[in-house]
Design a protein around this ligand. Structure first.
Ligand SMILES: Cc1ncc(COP(=O)(O)O)c(C=O)c1O
Length: 368
């Protein structure tokens, strides 16, 4: 927490706006719009997952449709496709940003057309760990085939690609404000829309699709996805420190990169091209066991024994039992990342001396 959050929560209590609407919700949306240079319209919702779901609803995704999704991502990127009764088509990563490969994306689009006779109805692109995907290539393929893009920027608040903020490339974008994200509302998310009309439609579906009648009239299925005024109060307080948080994450990334630079066989995931400007939401390393004589499992265990939390990279979704029947286009990259990668502590609670200690503990595992 930045310190200012309680003021907004107190205001919510004092004014009795304890509901999924109120002045904090509107103020939080305005702050997010300002953050996005007032080029987009923001709808605050109850989670990032809800925001992805709403984006799919607004795009009219339904049964019989196919939606392309990266395999290397958190399951929340994919689940809303299943909520809509559509089929997931997984596409593997390229090795530089670790996000969806534009080359494989195009192969998948062509192959789906060959097999089903239809284009996929949407592409979900994810900026994993805050590292922007190769957006030039992805937007070029999407544009050429006329497929809408949903940009899952859950982890990428403040990250930029070629000077443009992540979340603003796609037809729709989303952020997550879960407890572990760049800023939090204690659970929440936002849908980023291109027009005010889209925002009005998003609000309609996020508030049970109530038709404008004096009584309750429903002509569509809606959802209870609006953010509460209390949560949005936390968000307003967090927006006062958002730039500080992003700076801190980037400073930690630079330190990890500097302090691990001389360790052969460990590479810190950094901006792969001059166009990339990650927010480094999570810093991640790849460990080559042949060179280091250790591996991610051993380092993970050692860090744990020292009271330091680390996590394996995401297990690719094409390997998840729940998605075993979904078509996938793979090249081995995400499986390699899963086998060799580890996420390291990266939040505002990690101080520079903490980071030095973490790196020293990692070094103790190196055997070669
Ligand atoms: C890549 C990605 N997409 C979607 C989500 C879903 O966000 P939420 O937890 O707010 O539903 C998350 C985070 O949890 C995420 O990391």
């Amino acid at each position: 927490m930045g310190g200012g959050e309680m003021k907004y929560i107190r205001e919510a209590f004092e004014s009795n706006w304890i509901a999924p609407l109120g002045p904090n919700v509107e103020a939080f949306e305005k702050e997010l719009e300002k953050f996005l240079d007032n080029e987009k319209y923001v709808t605050a919702v109850s989670s990032g997952t809800a925001a992805i779901h709403l984006a799919l609803v607004l795009l009219g995704i339904g049964g019989g449709d196919e939606v392309i999704c990266p395999s290397f991502t958190f399951v929340a990127s994919a689940n809303p496709v299943v909520y809509q009764g559509a089929t997931l088509v997984f596409v593997d990563s390229e090795p530089e940003s670790w996000n969806m490969s534009p080359v494989l994306l195009e192969q998948a689009v062509n192959d789906r057309m060959r097999i089903t006779g239809h284009l996929p109805k949407a592409i979900i692109v994810v900026h994993l760990y805050g590292m922007p995907a190769m957006m030039d290539g992805i937007m070029e393929v999407a544009g050429r085939y006329g497929i809408p893009v949903v940009e899952d920027s859950a982890e990428a608040l403040g990250a930029e690609y070629d000077g443009k903020l992540c979340g603003t490339f796609g037809n729709y974008g989303i952020f997550s404000f879960n407890g572990n994200k760049m800023i939090t509302t204690g659970g929440g998310g936002a849908l980023i829309s291109p027009t005010e009309k889209d925002k009005r439609r998003a609000l309609f579906y996020a508030t049970q699709a109530k038709e404008p009648f004096p009584y309750y009239q429903h002509e569509h299925v809606g959802y209870n996805y609006r953010m509460s005024n209390v949560s949005a109060g936390i968000g307003c307080g967090q927006m006062e420190v958002v730039h500080e948080h992003i700076r801190h994450h980037r400073r930690l990334a630079a330190l990890y990169q500097e302090l691990l630079a001389d360790v052969k066989g460990i590479s810190v995931h950094g901006n792969p091209t001059p166009k990339h400007d990650s927010n480094y939401w999570l810093n991640a390393i790849l460990i080559d066991p042949e060179i280091t004589g250790t591996d991610c499992v051993e380092i993970h265990r050692h860090l744990e024994s020292e009271g330091i939390e680390s996590r394996p990279l995401w297990k690719p979704l094409h390997l998840q039992p729940v998605f075993k029947d979904m078509p996938c286009y793979v090249n081995g990259i995400s499986e390699n990342l899963f086998a060799k990668g580890l996420c390291l502590p990266s939040g505002p609670w990690v101080s520079e001396p903490d980071l030095v200690r973490i790196v020293n503990e990692i070094r103790k595992c190196i055997r070669k």
